[in-house]
Design a protein around this ligand. Structure first.
Ligand code: UGA
Length: 442
């Protein structure tokens, strides 16, 4: 099939590339010329395992075309995906400007019937707005085409985006048009050999499904963090509790890890947006408000433990930090616990020495209030030179089994504050470390 994808961000680039990998002819459009020029040279602006290889391969065989020329893309396709950003507005709601701008441009340029597929995360009712916007533009041009707007939310995770797209748990299509559903079924067929994975529903339910999925996962994490906080008070261990409850099939083991809070570009934004969507309709989404509040509090949980140990003033102390990205496998630091943790430690007078396998460059450019207090180390052990403690914030694999002897030699105090519960308490005791975990009260 011939497809246009508007937006070469995370979702758009992965979507376009994976469709081209299945032999479709894909035009990836972006208004950012710099980005398009880089992509044409095979330079992928985000770190995502497997993506660069697929971009190079499909670009060279002509299935994947990067251009800022939307007209060329539309002339050559009968399906157009909108995958542009919906950043958080000042009041917490999703800002639809980019989506509606894209719709307007489609209306100004399209010259035939078109299926418009919305992949951006958007409030319920946006598909209708997109359709109205396109039809208004067509009317101005005295043209009439059949425009079908479909909701097809994306559930891929950063760090495993290609894998998630290629082998999705489900593909959701929100549309009431049988022909459109059949076309999209065909497009997605190579990714959903198990047909039960293809779920169709009305547009509004599909739009809501995306928010509900992210809000449910965020709730699960905040719930586990709350139980972890209670475990600390009553002398229980969250890791045992996790195994205990996860064994119930209705609960399951996935996404049950307590830690120093969730970050990223999706959960924080989508939970906030859903609270706002509800409020606009006069509904007070109390559970979601608590999920958000608890997460904000949880991001500072290691700082609270540090203060309990060293007191309110941290001047004269240096802390080693392992992990800056909001999760392993990405260089993305949006809403990462590391940002608030490091800014707070510095505000209390401390210095930090940081190391992350991928996020060092973005960290240095964008994130810290006082970069003079932040030293960027070459590797994980250098980050520990003469530090008074280590704080582990992201569970990268290379932090899983470090050389504890080497760490002992470098650190002034052998103290670890672990925000991701990576180590065995007994092992660390043998090496003489003081070990502070999340949710371990004994
Ligand atoms: C999330 C969803 O998982 C995807 O399904 C969705 O498509 C995506 O948002 C989106 O809306 O685009 P992502 O933000 O990439 O994906 O990252 P996750 O793997 O979900 O992790 C989010 C945060 O939760 C991370 O900070 C992670 O450390 C934290 N987390 C995750 C926990 O604290 N505990 C867990 O058990 C799992």
């Amino acid at each position: 099939m011939k497809i246009t994808v508007i937006g070469t961000g995370y979702v758009g680039l992965v979507t376009g590339t994976c469709f081209s990998e299945m032999g479709n002819n894909v035009y990836c459009i972006d208004i950012d010329n710099g980005k398009i020029e880089c992509l044409k040279k095979g330079i992928v602006p985000i770190y995502e395992p497997g993506l660069e290889e697929l971009v190079l391969k499909n670009q060279s065989n002509g299935d994947l075309i990067f251009t800022n020329n939307l007209k060329e893309g539309l002339n050559n396709s009968n399906i157009c995906f909108i995958a542009v950003g919906t950043p958080m507005g000042e009041d917490g709601s999703a800002n639809l400007q980019h989506v509606l701008d894209a719709a307007k441009e489609v209306g100004q340029l399209v010259n035939h019937d078109l299926i418009v597929v919305n992949k951006s995360t958007v409030p319920v009712g946006t598909a209708d707005k997109v359709k109205t916007t396109i039809l208004e533009e067509l009317e101005q041009r005295n043209l009439k085409f059949n425009i079908e707007v479909v909701s097809n939310p994306e559930f891929l995770k950063e760090g495993s985006a290609v894998e998630d797209f290629m082998r999705p748990d489900r593909v959701i299509i929100g549309s009431s048009n049988e022909n459109v559903i059949e076309t999209l079924k065909e497009l997605y067929a190579p990714f959903t050999t198990n047909h039960e994975r293809f779920i169709t529903m009305d547009v509004r339910s599909a739009e809501m499904t995306k928010y509900a999925a992210n809000a449910m996962l965020a709730t699960r994490i905040s719930f586990m963090n709350e139980i972890a906080n209670i475990c600390e008070k009553v002398g229980a261990d969250i890791n045992n509790v996790r195994k205990g409850i996860g064994s119930d099939k209705r609960i399951g083991y996935n996404f049950l890890y307590a830690g120093c809070g969730y970050g990223g570009s999706c959960f924080p934004k989508d939970v906030k947006a859903l609270i706002k969507i509800a409020a606009n309709k006069g509904y007070d989404a109390n559970i979601l408000k608590e999920v958000e509040a608890l997460n904000n509090q949880q991001k500072l949980t290691l700082v609270r433990k540090v203060v309990d140990k060293f007191g309110e003033s941290l001047s004269g102390l240096t802390f080693g930090i392992w992990g800056l990205s909001f999760k392993p496998g990405t260089d993305d630091m949006r809403e990462a616990p590391s940002v608030v943790t490091i800014n707070k430690l510095c505000e209390l007078g401390a210095k930090v020495q940081v190391y992350d396998p991928q996020a060092m460059e973005v960290a240095e450019k964008y994130y810290f209030e006082d970069n003079k207090k932040v030293k960027y180390a070459k590797n994980k052990y250098d980050a520990l030179d003469s530090v008074h403690s280590l704080l582990l914030l992201t569970e990268w694999k290379e932090f899983r089994s470090p050389d504890f002897e080497e760490m002992s030699k470098r650190m002034v105090n052998k103290i670890i504050f672990d925000g991701r519960n990576q180590y065995n308490k007994e092992t660390l005791k043998e090496f003489g470390f003081e070990y502070h975990q999340i949710g371990n009260g004994y």
